[in-house]
Design a protein around this ligand. Structure first.
Ligand SMILES: Cc1ncc(C[n+]2csc(CCOP(=O)(O)OP(=O)(O)O)c2C)c(N)n1
Ligand SMILES: [Mg+2]
Length: 332
């Protein structure tokens, strides 16, 4: 049985988690501006408002653990060590990008950092995560797989099959649902009859927990407890992180969400929540947070010119590292 409490965070860890959330927000906002100006071809699914989930869940994972981000979990990349330059190359599809221009930044995989490439099919990554978790077990390791997905994905068949199988096999997987109350423009309240996705865990005989997704320390604690359980063979966990995206699903979407709802969630900005705590503890002040943001903007400024000047992939490379066989029709 698990008797070790999850390792607690040091003051340095808490400041670093704040910096990672600031990095994610600054990158997203700058990338959206560049996208609107036509400088960056790939749009983004902004995670602004949801930064605590990816940072809290990925922070403190070990080398050898794997994560599978959803389309919105930008923070998984920063927290696992992907650089601004690498993600800009991925957004611009240059020859230097990790996929050689074949994949967007949010679905990129960085194997050396334990980040598996996701799929654009909502929910499609969840069974993959169960398979990877079983692979880690079969290789005799105590590594874990942390899989992210949204509330919309949790209504698809992939979710139900994958969680049932993971529970049956005691797969070392942590399923992190980022419940931001909407799948594109569809409110979760009209897509399911329950309020808490965590209720579904009991149906699979799996541990489930509701987590305050705006509180990075709460997300971290819950994840580390689930990770410890998974490492010692006690099986998977479903964590439902209640959160909210402060921006539209995708920049071109016009959304009609209740103002009262927006205001209620905007008052719970995850960066502000941690920053207030750190300020009360004397660990950070406003100036230090401004410096974190400025450092990101400076790095973005120096990276973008080089990325814009980088070579694009050779069109012949479109047939390398893919499963499909080059057919006559493709070459004609
Ligand atoms: C099977 C499938 N249906 C529709 C889409 C288009 N689509 C992309 S993201 C998205 C919403 C997903 O909502 P959710 O799972 O709640 O994640 P969120 O975007 O809120 O983070 C949809 C419908 C898709 N990619 N795949
Ligand atoms: Mg959603």
């Amino acid at each position: 049985m698990l008797d070790q409490p999850a390792k607690s965070l040091t003051d340095c860890d808490r400041v670093e988690m704040c910096r990672l959330m600031v990095l994610s927000r600054c990158f997203t906002k700058q990338a959206l501006t560049w996208h609107a100006e036509g400088r960056v071809p790939q749009g983004l699914h902004p995670s602004v408002g949801q930064e605590a989930v990816g940072v809290g869940a990925c922070y403190g994972l070990r080398a050898g653990d794997w994560v599978l981000p959803s389309l919105r979990t930008s923070e998984a990349f920063w927290t696992r060590g992907v650089t601004i330059r690498q993600q800009l190359h991925a957004m611009c599809g240059t020859a230097e990008s990790i996929s050689g221009g074949k994949e967007t930044s949010h679905h990129s995989g960085y194997p050396e950092l334990g980040i598996l490439a996701g799929t654009g099919i909502v929910g499609g990554s969840i069974p993959v995560a169960t398979g990877v978790a079983m692979g880690l077990r079969m290789q005799g390791t105590d590594h874990v797989m942390v899989c992210f997905f949204g509330d919309g994905a949790a209504n698809r068949g992939d979710f139900h099959e994958a969680l049932n199988l993971a529970a049956v096999l005691k797969a070392p997987a942590i399923f992190v649902c980022e419940n931001n109350l909407y799948a594109q423009t569809v409110p979760a309240s009209v897509a399911m009859t329950i309020t808490d996705i965590d209720d579904r865990a009991a149906g699979y005989g799996m541990v489930g927990q509701i987590v305050d997704g705006q509180d990075v320390e709460a997300v971290h604690d819950a994840t580390q407890t689930a990770v410890a359980r998974a490492r010692c063979g006690e099986g998977p966990t479903l964590l439902e992180c209640k959160t909210y995206r402060f921006m539209p699903h995708y920049p071109v979407f016009d959304e009609d969400r209740p103002q009262e709802e927006r205001d209620r969630w905007l008052a719970r900005d995850p960066i502000q929540i941690l920053a207030n705590r750190l300020q009360l503890s004397g660990l950070l002040d406003e100036a230090a947070i401004d410096q974190m943001a400025q450092a990101v903007r400076d790095e973005l400024d120096s990276a973008i010119a080089q990325v814009e000047a980088a070579a694009m992939p050779d069109p012949e490379q479109v047939f390398t590292n893919i499963y499909a066989i080059k057919s006559e029709r493709m070459t004609s």
